[in-house]
Design a protein around this ligand. Structure first.
Ligand code: ATP
Length: 251
């Protein structure tokens, strides 16, 4: 579904991502782990089109997308979430889900900026889809709350909900577990697993929470210092001496 080939991102003389090559298979939840500063988010930014790689290639669904603008990738079903949720905090939870480009110029700009949204549809259809999404995420009781008042975990669920309002095929999840309490964490895991198993979403999941990675991800890819160190099942990757050394070097 996604092929990243020899991808490099340089900031001045510093290589944040260094000749990174990996493949993501359709239908999988691929885990992306690695110590702080390994280059995981920078890689996501390049795949989503937020930044342009210094060199290398990205192919998605059989086509090269290396130079394709973020919104075009988004409309092909390549969608991302952020480590720090990007909800519109003054809008209600329902309104956040209903944000679509083309409805109002300002909204459209914002939606495109964050690469969120979807081509205009019938308003009622969108609202019905938003309610379905809230039911699925068990967030119906906060539909009319301002999104800014939600807990950290609820915001992460809402972030996942916004991907469900699109025709997402490949979803890049950036640290969904960060700032989420244990109860909501289990719920988030369950929802991601259902979206993958029953609704056909393919995920790449950046996460420091190893329990979540172990439960959800196969394969797991570990990055360090901008490079892919190893790819395999969780136990193999976690016990590999290179991975242990990379994490030890972090402290
Ligand atoms: P974490 O797990 O802490 O989120 P990460 O693996 O996602 O880390 P990145 O955020 O991709 O790591 O950062 C990789 C390296 O690139 C870091 O050393 C970071 O400081 C550097 N970096 C990222 N963005 C920029 C930038 N715009 N300019 C300069 N350096 C940057």
């Amino acid at each position: 579904m996604l092929e990243v080939e020899q991808l490099v991102m340089e900031y001045g003389r510093f290589r944040a991502v260094d000749r990174c090559t990996l493949t993501v298979e359709k239908g999988h939840i691929t885990g992306l782990i690695g110590p702080n500063g390994a280059g995981k988010t920078t890689l996501f930014n390049m795949i989503a089109g937020a930044i342009t790689p210094t060199s290398g290639r990205i192919r998605y669904l059989g086509e090269e997308i290396t130079g394709l603008p973020a919104d075009k990738r988004f409309h092909r079903g390549l969608v991302r979430t952020f480590q720090i949720p990007h909800e519109f905090h003054r809008l209600t939870v329902l309104e956040n889900l209903m944000m679509v480009p083309g409805r109002q110029a300002g909204e459209s700009l914002l939606a495109n900026w964050f690469a969120w949204g979807k081509v205009a549809q019938d308003e009622r259809e969108i609202e019905a889809r938003a309610h379905e999404t809230l039911d699925f995420l068990e967030l119906g009781h906060v539909a009319d709350e301002k999104a800014g008042n939600l807990s950290g975990g609820q915001k992460k669920l809402l972030e996942l909900g916004r991907t469900m309002m699109t025709d997402a095929k490949l979803v890049l999840l950036d640290e969904p577990a960060a700032g989420v309490n244990r109860t909501l964490l289990r719920k988030l895991e369950e929802k991601i697993a259902i979206l993958n198993r029953e609704r056909g979403y393919t995920f790449i999941l950046i996460e420091h929470d190893m329990e979540m990675i172990e439960k959800l991800c196969h394969p797991v890819i570990c990055m360090a210092e901008g490079r892919v160190l190893i790819e395999g099942d969780f136990k193999t990757v976690r016990s590999d001496p290179r991975v242990l050394e990379a994490y030890l070097g972090e402290t």
